[in-house]
Write a protein that binds this ligand. Structure first.
Ligand code: GDP
Length: 616
């Protein structure tokens, strides 16, 4: 059905419920394709709705929504995950179908994957260290465990040799950031609570995140060696959050530990395995191409892109063609957490992988592709999709009307950030935390670029163009980049503690908030005589009664205490025949208010200006 539309153009209309599915980063061209319309007419319709866009520009969901509603369609944006599924499907890779098709014989038990969470300073890092040290294998090999983002320990449980995998980035930030990207790697969460401190805000946050993800919790009551430690109180406090200890009739295991004195670590590992066996059915098919998640990645000077991958199913082998997010390559070598070469890695095994062409992001899915060419094509298509989605985000999401208004009110303010860090996990965690800062609606925070490695010329250039601040987390300038940043006046800040970065950005945002102004009176003058001048308008012969009268300041006229003229300007000011810039209290002067002529003897002229009010 063709019907006239806004702007007089003709566009095929929907019936109000016709669904149009669009990918993120689509343009009016794509929309026009779906409804068999002329893209130029959609440009016109959109313009009449107060938005300007070209036919090829990527638009966001809201814009499409407005346009679709006008034309009688409903827009459904294909989610990034769905889109990726479709993309993989076009290469004959269907991960869901693959999992569903697996029978009992295909599946073998796999170790649980554990994340340690809890309040700051309650001992997460120390606990991860203590657990690392219990590892018998590491002891035998004499190998020092290296930080690769995850490690596996072995322990004897009910006479069996069992393995447990630990994610080596403590805290729920990384956990949440990964989950936000659709990657659920954690099977069990260890919630660390210091027995001398009790349940704290981040304890509750961590607990909420774990419960929201349906991840069973084992509570490690830490620091029991300390004076004033009260493990019973922790059990008591946590009952309020539905974590009831077994000894109180609940089903959550609480284990008293001292990470510092290595007490109770074995019992904690035991509790993890008991919980896993009771609550979860952890099995995976080891006999297929590997599927997993990149949990950490960085660029190494000598070795190139290095990614730690947690294999979730299948077995990863040296020589496999792989793709992780937009990175691809062939597995050149693999290392375990002791720095030992390994040739294959099965389910729940974390390994460091060399051979990717670029650095993937934490949370990227990692899959083995049938061949090199397929791996490359998947990566390239993903990159194109990402770029399109980014472009859509960068376009100002504001209508012409809003825009002028917002500008006039000084409402549009954006703080752009470039984040660089030593490992992708930290970058993601930082970005995630920064975007959560609540600064009200007046200011926007946008991360325009993030990445792993030193701060490069490219970062500075980006910051120059988009007027951004660069945040470096545990990184430095690349060679000769510091001078460039200086020259361009780009603000670059370095941090090694996430919270400091967050604090600073929060402060910067507060400083950037549009200042509030208050009116301050500058002076008053009483009109003694009115001189009529055809050329300059009326001039008020006055005497300054308080403060001073300054030329070009704002003024109002009061008669009998009432304002009769406002928003005026002292356009001329004279002392006798001479122009004056200011006249002080007690002196006479001639004041001209431009075209405002309603002046009488005894009127009061008051001058004022707006001064910035300091923020509390
Ligand atoms: P995180 O912020 O949760 O990672 O906490 P850390 O592991 O960095 O530990 C914070 C502080 O508590 C450090 O000074 C540790 O040495 C100390 N600590 C951790 N575990 C214990 C413990 O079991 N007993 C005692 N006394 N101190 C501990």
């Amino acid at each position: 059905m063709q019907a006239p539309s806004l702007g007089g153009v003709s566009v095929p209309r929907g019936d109000g419920s016709t669904v149009i599915r669009l990918r993120h980063g689509s343009s009016l061209n794509d929309f026009a394709d779906k409804i068999d319309a002329n893209p130029a007419s959609l440009v016109t319709v959109l313009f009449h709705l107060g938005e300007m866009a070209t036919a090829t520009q990527s638009l966001d969901e809201d814009t499409f929504g407005t346009l679709a509603a006008e034309l009688g369609y409903v827009v459904e944006m294909v989610s990034a995950e769905e889109e990726d599924k479709e993309l993989l499907g076009s290469f004959d890779i269907d991960l869901d179908a693959e999992l569903e098709g697996e029978s009992d014989e295909d599946l073998a038990a796999r170790p649980p994957v554990v994340t340690v969470m809890g309040h700051v300073d309650h001992g997460k890092t120390k606990l991860l260290d203590a657990i690392r040290q219990t590892d018998v294998v590491a002891g035998e090999a004499g190998g020092i465990t290296q930080h690769i983002g995850a490690y596996q320990v072995r322990t004897t449980h009910e006479g069996n040799d069992r393995a447990i995998t630990f994610i080596d980035t403590p805290g729920h930030e990384a956990f949440t950031a990964m989950r936000a990207r659709g990657a659920q790697v954690t099977d069990i969460a260890i919630l660390v609570v210091a027995a001398d401190d009790g349940v704290m805000p981040q304890t509750i946050e961590a607990l909420n995140h774990a419960q929201a993800a349906n991840v069973p919790i084992v509570v490690a009551v830490n620091k029991v060696d300390k004076e004033g430690a009260n493990p019973a109180k922790i059990r008591q406090q946590l009952t309020e959050y539905n974590l009831v200890a077994e000894e109180y009739g609940g089903d959550t295991m609480f284990v008293d530990v001292s990470a510092k004195q290595n007490l109770g670590i074995d019992s904690l590992l035991e509790a993890v395995l008991l919980t896993a066996d009771a609550a979860l059915d952890l099995r995976a098919n080891p006999d297929k191409d590997a599927r997993g998640v990149a949990i950490e990645a960085n660029l190494d000077k000598g070795r190139g892109a290095v990614a730690t991958v947690l294999v979730q199913s299948g077995t990863l082998q040296v020589g496999d063609a792989v793709v992780a997010g937009t990175a691809y390559g062939r597995v050149r070598a693999m290392f375990d957490e002791h720095g030992e070469n390994v040739t294959e890695a099965g389910p729940s095994r974390p390994v460091q992988v060399l051979g990717l062409t670029s650095v993937p992001s934490a949370g990227d899915t990692f899959i083995v592709a049938p061949d090199d060419r397929t791996a490359r094509q998947i990566a390239e298509k993903r990159e194109a999709a990402e770029r399109a989605a980014l472009l859509a985000k960068r376009r100002k999401r504001i209508s012409l009307e809003d825009f002028t208004q917002a500008l006039a009110l000084g409402k549009v303010e954006t703080l752009n950030l470039v984040i660089k860090g030593d490992v992708s996990g930290a970058v993601e965690a930082l970005e995630d935390a920064l975007l959560k800062i609540d600064v009200g609606e007046e200011v926007d925070l946008r991360v325009i670029h993030r990445g792993v490695g030193a701060i490069t010329q490219n970062d500075v250039n980006l910051a120059t163009v988009d007027n951004a601040i660069i945040i470096g987390f545990n990184v430095k300038f690349a060679e000769r980049v510091e001078e460039l940043a200086d020259r361009e006046g780009v603000d670059v800040r370095f941090y090694s503690v996430i919270y400091q970065a967050i604090d600073d950005v929060e402060a910067a945002l507060k400083g950037m908030l549009k200042p509030e102004y208050e009116e301050v009176q500058l002076g008053t003058a009483e009109v003694r005589e009115v001189f009529r001048s055809s050329k300059f308008g009326n001039i008020a012969g006055s005497i300054v009664r308080s403060g001073e009268i300054r030329r070009n300041t704002k003024a109002r006229v009061l008669r009998g205490g009432k304002v009769i003229g406002d928003n005026l300007t002292i356009e001329s000011l004279k002392r006798f025949k001479d122009d004056a810039t200011e006249v002080r209290e007690g002196y006479e002067c001639g004041i001209g208010l431009g075209s405002y002529n309603d002046l009488q003897v005894e009127d009061v002229i008051e001058t004022w200006e707006l001064r910035e009010k300091p923020r509390s």
